[in-house]
Design a protein around this ligand. Structure first.
Ligand code: URA
Length: 443
C-alpha cells in the first residue's frame, strides 16, 4: 500500500467510528512529523477524532508516539526529586511564577518548560519576558545547572521536545480542532512527559475563561491525563479549579509579575495565595516531601530568595522597574452593591485586545498592557467608583476592550445588614463565593 492509501485508510477508519491499531497510530504520527502525511490529511483526521473520540488505548498510544517523535530529558542525576505543574490555561493565571520558586525552596526541583500565550489566556514566558534582561531560551546543560544550583527553571521548550505536537497543535489551532479531550490530553502529556519530570500536578481550569466550560468535561480531561502520566511512570495528580472569574486582581504580563512578587513577599490576593499553596502541597506530596509546609517558606522569605536567584540566573534584574503602559482608562462600577459577576472570558478578551496577548503566533505582546481589578466578586462597590483600570500603550485599543466587557460585569444590591456600598473592595457577608478548588483527581 502506498503512503497516500495508508493515510486515507487511517482517516476513513476514524471517520467511520472505528479504532486505530497501534501500528497505524505510530505510522501516522511519524509520517506527519516527516511531512509524508500532509496538513490537509492530518486536519481531516483531527476532525474525525474530535467528532468520534478515541479509546483509552488509542490515546495512550497516540501520546507515546508524539513523545517518541523527539527527545526526552532526564533529570535523574539531580540530587533532589523533581516535580512540575501544568495549567490548562486561564485568565490572570500567574501561579507558576510564585509556585516554582516556592517548591524549590521546599527542596524539590522544578523543571518547567512553558509556552507563550495565544488568544485570551496568557503565557508564562510572556509574563517573565516583561522583566528587563530575562531570557527564555536555555540549553539543556544550562537548564540542568540551574536546577542543581537554584532548584527552579522556567524556560522555553526546545525544538526537540515532542515535535509532532508542535506541528499538530499549530494545525489544530487553525482548523477548529483544539477542543477534543484525547487531542488536548495527548498534546499536554507528551510535552510534560518529554520534559523529564518525576511528578506532575495538573491544574485543570473549569469555567468561562477555560477550554473546559463544564465540570464533567474537565473531570474527563483530568482523568485522561492522570492515567496517561501513570502509564509513562510519572506520578500525576490533578486539581479542578474555578476559572469563571480571573485569578487575583491583574490580567496582563508585567501587572501579573508585580502581583506574583507581592505573593512571594507574603501578601497578594487570597485566591492566588490559596491556589499557590494547594498546588505546592500536591507537588511536594508527589515528590515525597509532605514533611515541609510551603506556607512557612513563603513566610520566611526563602521562596523570594529562590525567585531572585532564578531571575538573575536567566539574565533578568529582579529589582528593575517593570514596563508600564502609556495610557490608562477607568471602568466605573455601574451601580452600588456587591460585584456578583466578573467574567473571566470577558476580562481575558479585554486584556488581549489591550495588547497583553498576541493576535497571531509569533507577534509581540505589549508587556505593560492589561486589566487591573479593583473589586472582585463578593466585594462591595459604590456607583461610579473604579471597578477596573485598563492599561494600554495605544488609546485606540480602549473601545474594543470595553466592548469585550459588555455583559461580563454584574453588580447586585448589597444584602440588608451590610454597610451598603462604600469602602472600596470590602467583602459582603451575604455573598457566597464559589469554591476555588472544585475537585481532586488521582489515579
Ligand atoms: N495546551 C496544549 O499544550 N495543548 C492543547 O491541545 C491544549 C492546550
Amino acid at each position: 500500500m502506498t503512503d497516500q492509501h495508508h493515510a486515507v485508510e487511517v482517516i476513513m477508519t476514524k471517520r467511520d467510528g472505528g479504532e486505530l491499531h497501534d501500528e497505524q497510530i505510530d505510522w501516522v504520527i511519524d509520517a506527519y512529523t516527516r511531512g509524508v502525511v500532509a496538513d490537509e490529511q492530518m486536519s481531516a483526521l483531527a476532525m474525525a477524532i474530535l467528532l468520534n473520540g478515541m479509546s483509552r488505548r488509542e490515546v495512550a498510544r497516540w501520546t507515546t508516539a508524539m513523545l517518541e517523535s523527539g527527545d526526552r530529558l532526564n533529570f535523574s542525576a539531580l540530587s533532589r526529586p523533581t516535580a512540575d505543574k501544568h495549567s490548562t490555561g486561564g485568565v490572570g493565571d500567574k501561579i507558576t511564577l510564585p509556585l516554582a520558586p516556592l517548591v524549590a525552596a521546599c527542596g524539590v526541583a522544578v523543571p518547567q518548560l512553558s509556552g507563550r500565550g495565544l488568544g485570551h489566556t496568557g503565557g508564562t514566558l510572556d509574563k517573565l519576558e516583561s522583566i528587563p534582561g530575562w531570557r527564555a531560551s536555555l540549553t539543556t546543560a544550562e537548564m540542568l545547572d540551574q536546577l542543581q544550583e537554584v532548584g527552579a527553571v522556567i524556560c522555553a521548550a526546545g525544538e526537540g521536545l515532542a515535535p509532532a505536537d508542535k506541528k499538530l497543535y499549530a494545525l489544530r489551532d487553525v482548523t477548529g480542532t483544539v477542543e477534543s479531550i484525547p487531542l488536548i490530553a495527548s498534546s499536554i502529556m507528551s510535552k510534560k512527559i518529554a520534559e523529564g519530570t518525576g511528578s506532575l500536578v495538573l491544574d485543570v481550569k473549569v469555567g468561562s475563561g477555560a477550554f473546559m466550560k463544564d465540570l464533567d468535561r474537565a473531570r474527563e480531561l483530568a482523568e485522561t491525563m492522570v492515567a496517561l502520566g501513570y502509564d509513562e511512570g510519572v506520578r500525576t495528580v490533578a486539581l479542578l479549579t474555578d476559572m469563571g472569574t480571573p485569578l487575583g486582581r491583574t490580567a496582563g504580563n508585567a501587572l501579573e509579575v508585580r502581583e506574583s512578587v507581592e505573593v512571594l513577599a507574603g501578601g497578594g490576593p487570597d485566591d492566588v495565595v490559596e491556589l499557590t499553596l494547594a498546588l505546592a502541597r500536591e507537588m511536594l506530596a508527589c515528590a515525597g516531601r509532605e514533611d515541609v509546609d510551603p506556607a512557612d517558606r513563603l513566610a520566611d522569605g526563602s521562596a523570594m530568595d529562590v525567585w531572585r536567584r532564578m531571575i538573575c540566573a536567566q539574565g533578568g534584574d529582579p529589582d528593575a522597574d517593570l514596563p508600564v503602559a502609556r495610557h490608562t482608562e477607568v471602568v466605573p462600577a455601574p451601580a452600588t452593591g456587591v460585584v456578583t459577576r466578573l467574567d473571566a472570558l470577558a476580562v481575558g478578551t479585554a486584556a488581549w485586545r489591550l495588547g497583553a496577548g498576541r493576535p497571531r503566533q509569533g507577534e509581540p505582546v505589549h508587556h505593560g498592557a492589561g486589566v487591573e481589578i479593583h473589586a472582585r466578586p463578593g466585594e462591595r462597590v459604590r456607583e461610579g467608583e473604579p471597578l477596573l483600570t485598563l492599561h494600554a500603550d495605544e488609546p485606540k485599543r480602549f473601545d474594543r476592550a470595553r466592548s469585550a466587557l459588555d455583559g461580563g460585569i454584574e453588580v447586585s444590591p448589597a444584602e440588608p445588614g451590610g454597610t451598603g456600598g462604600g469602602g472600596s473592595a470590602s467583602s459582603d457577608p451575604g455573598y457566597r463565593r464559589p469554591p476555588l478548588i472544585l475537585d481532586r483527581i488521582t489515579a
